[in-house]
Design a protein around this ligand. Structure first.
Ligand code: NAD
Ligand code: APR
Length: 243
């Protein structure tokens, strides 16, 4: 793998347009559970009970219990070497964009500034009735209510069956289509549309790279597949990049 790693590293130099897509795997080494792996979140919690708008309408207290648990868990985790390497890449590369499916906010805590959070954020709250929305890192009551209109707040995440925020998706697609290098890191590539970004990048001539502990349905279509922990591989890729 060392030779492949050096080849990928060489591709990241200069002013190439580099787009990185991350998934839950990038936060695994921080202690944040992934969704589908061993001990994945959905093994312990039925997603359809928790990550759906109709579930929230029927059992808001159960859904909020799940999200408050995740907020506490992530609040006690710290960015790992992979997050830090991506933040370093952003500082070193003039044309770098990070797109994440993660809602944990760890990329920002690692110092990344240009991050598109495709699935929203655990730290964002939105009113279910009025337009109130805010970032909030505090311990929340069991059923938080809107300070403006008094109705129920919801987590600012995208649930199954909901559309992505159109502006965010548009920016992501534009960047992927213009990328010279597209890196997919720590995602199972099972959730659309992120799982198809590699195809869009490839169609527009990008070199595609996957970093994952194990193969995914996309592995065979990538130009490079680097298998191993993101916390080992990304620092190697970020180290001593040519300007
Ligand atoms: P979809 O899974 O393609 O999701 C629609 C949109 O919502 C996509 O843009 C996706 O990126 C986003 N999204 C989906 N789930 C999300 C989540 N938990 N957090 C953030 N963003 C999310 O389409 P769909 O119709 O919602 O679901 C497709 C199938 O997946 C359905 O048959 C459903 O029963 C099944 N499903 C799977 C799981 C799972 O974890 N494997 C959970 C719930 C539903
Ligand atoms: N380094 C690299 N990859 C890793 C590591 C690691 N240390 N640990 C786990 N992985 C890989 C796993 O092999 C797996 O392919 O990370 C991937 C995690 O996949 P999922 O748990 O399915 O997470 P993700 O792809 O982000 O899920 C997409 O689904 O439920 C929704 O909204 C949720 O955003 C999430 C979306």
């Amino acid at each position: 793998m060392q030779a492949e790693l050096e080849m990928v590293k060489a591709l990241l130099g200069g002013d190439r347009r580099v787009v990185v897509l991350t998934g839950a795997g990038v936060s695994a080494e921080s202690g944040v559970p992934t969704f589908r792996g061993r001990d994945g979140l959905w093994k312990h919690h039925r997603a359809e009970d928790l990550a759906r708008p109709d579930a929230f309408a029927a059992h808001p207290e159960l859904v909020w219990e799940f999200y408050n648990w995740r907020r506490r868990l992530v609040g006690n985790c710290y960015p790992n070497a992979a997050h830090l390497a991506l933040a370093a890449m952003e500082r070193q590369m003039p044309n770098f964009l990070l797109i994440t499916q993660n809602v944990d906010g760890l990329h920002a805590r690692a110092g990344s500034r240009k991050v598109l959070e495709m699935h929203g954020s655990l730290w964002q709250l939105c009113c279910t009735v009025c337009s109130h929305a805010r970032e909030d890192f505090s311990e929340l009551p069991d059923l938080p209510d809107c300070p403006v209109c008094g109705h129920l707040l919801r987590p600012g995440v995208v649930w199954f069956g909901e559309p992505l925020v159109p502006g965010v998706l548009k920016l992501a697609i534009e960047a992927v289509a213009k990328a010279d290098v597209f890196l997919s890191v720590g995602t199972s590539n099972l959730v659309q549309p992120a799982a198809s970004f590699y195809q869009l990048a490839k169609d527009h001539g990008a070199v595609t790279v996957e970093v994952n502990m194990e193969p995914t349905p996309n592995t065979g279509f990538m130009d490079f597949a680097l298998h191993g922990p993101a916390g080992d591989i990304l620092p190697e890729l970020a180290g001593g990049l040519a300007g």
